[in-house]
Ligand binder design. Structure first.
Ligand code: WQD
Length: 332
């Protein structure tokens, strides 16, 4: 079974490629290294000792995509490639709509042309906007508060309409909560090219002395300690969820939508303290004002994925903090 992974050199993509290879799948990676590094490919080989095929290029380039589908007999596609920085999407909406929506439309048209109808799409809990209650279920109302979130929402709508239009399509939408952590080898992990928007890579750069302190965006939320609460999920658990989604595609037609979260919420302060505890490091911080657009709390009801995908997150917050730090301190 040959799986095309777009964005396969990225954070979640590379961890998913490792799991695919170790589960016996053949893998074709496409990446343009806009938010990843070519060294990740060597690390995947070191971890798995397996072969894979790699094409450097942009999913927005239709000719490039057609060349891949001509050369390779693709059975399924996992589509990660896309920009994902909330703040940047507010500053550069056209870049986000062009890239995230345009690349997806390109991919779908080429898949249809080559008769490939199995797709797993990397969606996000961001499509729930500000939930009216918790935990969040898949049938909750959807909304967005920034162009990045709207691209996820719009792509979900495109895929729902496509699924309705032709029952040949087998599509799974995976709504990620907050992926953190790294492969136990410490060889791959989250390493944004610029200053991290997300909390965990920022905490890691403070823990390793690269940055001076964590800027905690608000401690006046309606949560236990006043700081934001999120459903952090180990990236390896998330990657394994994609293997289950591919299996699901091959035994169920139509459209599946699943939350990939642990169902547990942790605050920013709890994440900082846990990082210090499991790694015996200091993580200085300063509390500042809220970040515009942030919500107080967000965590999943993962029961549908547990039941229908036979998937459940296994790693706990200590594993996530320990594994994240091992990667961060190795890459120094
Ligand atoms: C988590 C908590 C912040 C940074 C976003 C996207 C989501 C997905 C994951 C792509 C919040 C606080 C953060 C910092 C802080 N991205 N924080 N200081 O906003 O829940 O989700 O990233 O798929 O789609 O929306 O994640 O890590 O940015 O924030 O205090 O320097 O950490 O206020 O409470 P978020 P995050």
């Amino acid at each position: 079974m040959k799986v095309l992974v777009t964005g396969g050199a990225g954070y979640i993509g590379s961890h998913t490629v490792v799991e695919l290879l170790e589960s016996g799948y053949e893998v074709v990676i496409v990446d343009n290294f806009s938010n990843s590094d070519s060294s990740v490919l060597d690390k995947i080989s070191m971890i798995t000792d397996k072969e894979f095929i790699f094409y450097e290029g942009d999913v927005c380039d239709k000719k490039f995509l057609e060349e891949i589908f001509t050369n390779e007999n693709i059975d399924s596609v996992i589509h990660f490639a896309g920009y994902k920085a909330v703040g940047e999407s507010v500053e550069k909406p056209l870049m986000y709509y062009q890239n995230n929506i345009g690349s997806t439309l390109n991919l779908l048209e080429v898949m249809e042309k080559f008769g490939v109808y199995n797709l797993v799409f990397s969606s996000s809990a961001t499509v729930y906007g500000k939930p009216h209650t918790l935990p969040i279920k898949e049938d909750f109302p959807l909304s967005a508060t920034n162009p990045y979130g709207y691209t996820k929402l719009m792509i979900e709508q495109i895929l729902k309409d496509l699924s309705k239009s032709n029952d040949k399509w087998n599509i799974v939408l995976l709504r990620y909560f907050n992926p953190i952590g790294a492969h136990e080898s410490g060889l791959i992990g989250e390493n944004p090219k610029d200053i991290p928007n997300n909390i965990m890579p920022y905490i890691m750069r403070v823990a390793t002395g690269e940055y001076e302190m964590v800027h905690v965006f608000g401690d006046d939320y309606d949560t236990e300690d006043g700081t934001g609460v999120r459903d952090y999920i180990h990236v390896v658990d998330l990657a394994k969820g994609h293997i289950k989604a591919i299996d699901y595609l091959n035994s169920n037609g139509g459209l599946g939508i699943f939350n990939l979260g642990t169902g547990n919420g942790y605050s920013v302060m709890e994440l900082i303290k846990m990082t210090e505890k499991v790694n015996n490091v200091k993580v200085p911080y300063v509390v500042e004002g809220r970040r515009p657009g942030d919500i107080a709390s967000c965590y999943a009801d993962p029961s549908l994925a547990n039941e229908k995908l036979g998937w459940r997150a296994e790693k706990d917050i200590e594993d996530m903090c320990r594994d994240a730090y091992r990667f961060a301190s190795k890459k120094q």
